[in-house]
Write a protein that binds this ligand. Structure first.
Ligand code: FES
Length: 116
């Protein structure tokens, strides 16, 4: 069973460092994640594109809630990570929740092995 832990990333959604493209970066336990908002929903996914490590927060969000990588324009569903432009890659996504106490992201605890 996966050991998932929730981490607070902001006191409220408005306090995240949003860019004009509705994405921003947060750091949790020395790792960077992309947070995105679209149509009143919030998403979290990897910092880098699974194709060739493009910085996804430098791309854009299309009308169907895909993040579009700025390097080769592959598209990924922000909800489930599916590579909707069909190249066969998979974007790691994370659960994110807006609660009264703030905004939280769920990250797997890799435990002992994460130190190596
Ligand atoms: S690096 Fe993202 S599509 Fe190639």
């Amino acid at each position: 069973m996966q050991d998932i832990k929730w981490y607070k990333i902001a006191d409220s959604i408005n306090l995240l460092p949003w860019q004009a493209n509705n994405m921003c970066l947060v750091e949790v336990k020395n790792k960077i994640y992309t947070i995105a908002k679209h149509n009143n929903k919030i998403f979290a996914f990897s910092h880098k594109c699974p194709h060739a490590s493009g910085i996804l927060a430098n791309g854009w969000i299309d009308a169907l809630a895909n993040v579009v990588c700025p390097i080769h324009r592959y598209k990924f569903c922000m909800q489930n990570g599916r590579n909707t432009s069909g190249e066969g890659y998979f974007l790691k996504t994370y659960k994110v929740e807006i609660r009264e106490e703030g905004v939280f992201i769920a990250i797997e605890n890799k435990g002992f092995l994460s130190f190596f």
